[in-house]
Ligand binder design. Sequence first.
Ligand SMILES: Nc1ncnc2c1ncn2[C@@H]1O[C@H](COP(=O)(O)OP(=O)(O)OP(=O)(O)O)[C@@H](O)[C@H]1O
Ligand SMILES: [Mg+2]
Length: 269
Amino acid sequence: MDINKLTTYDLRFSLTIDFLMSQLAIACNDVETAYHPSLKRPILNGIDCQIQQGEFVALLGLNGAGKSTLLRAFVGLIPLHRGKIHINGMAVTKRSLVQTRHHVGMLFQGGGLIRQLSAMDNVLCGRLGELSAWRTLWGFPKRDSHLALELLTQLGLQDLAYQKTSQLSGGQQQRVAIARCLIQSPQILLADEPITGLDAIASQQVMQTLSNLHSQQGMTIVTVLHDLNLAAAYAERAIVLDAGRVVYDGSCENLPTQFSQVVGTRGEW
Ligand SMILES: Nc1ncnc2c1ncn2[C@@H]1O[C@H](COP(=O)(O)OP(=O)(O)OP(=O)(O)O)[C@@H](O)[C@H]1O
Ligand SMILES: [Mg+2]
């Protein structure tokens, strides 16, 4: 592009686009993964979506729709065949991975805690990426231990902080996993099925925790859920995937009806 030929209008347009991009927590443009032979299509098949900073979004869809793959793509864990993903205005590329991941906490499907370690040690594991190998030989800095305990306290787990996570209930374990994400001070929290396998009370507690992070700290939350009623109760917006495409992106009003209209009642749910 010859920069001398750019008009004032072009420059204004480009500055406006840059400004709008910087306001977005996540921008996903025409994202496509490689062709998947057994599906006879790419897993993600032309995804477009924009998530504003501070939004609370429920990511919905039947089993195999591509929800986990999309969350993993947001943090550069899935190679893209086409399209671009931006996190806080920064393109997710091999070079920018470390930087973009600083903005994002990821709660993986199943929690991924180390069962033999205490809740505190699991939370402190969230700091490993920040410390040199030498530093960890001497244990974690005191301020990290204080912060870990503070986070567990905020999540109602102060009495269980030194208990092995194998001895905690599913809901308590999920809250430890949330604390492990929060110790990285992310601006965006991606949660993959944070309440699957939990009873009604534990599910409410975990959803309330996410809701508090959103309303009190302005955290951007994108969470995969299979419970449409909980999605409607807590999220501001729903994105529904089907066969690797966005088939609904809008409000959570009448979500069960909206969902069955776009996806139908087929498949596992
Ligand atoms: N590592 C992989 N290798 C090959 N195929 C994969 C891989 N991961 C996912 N898939 C396929 O991609 C599709 C989407 O998987 P994904 O895990 O994203 O679905 P999902 O919407 O999260 O489903 P669920 O609700 O069951 O968690 C599925 O058909 C799955 O079989
Ligand atoms: Mg999944």
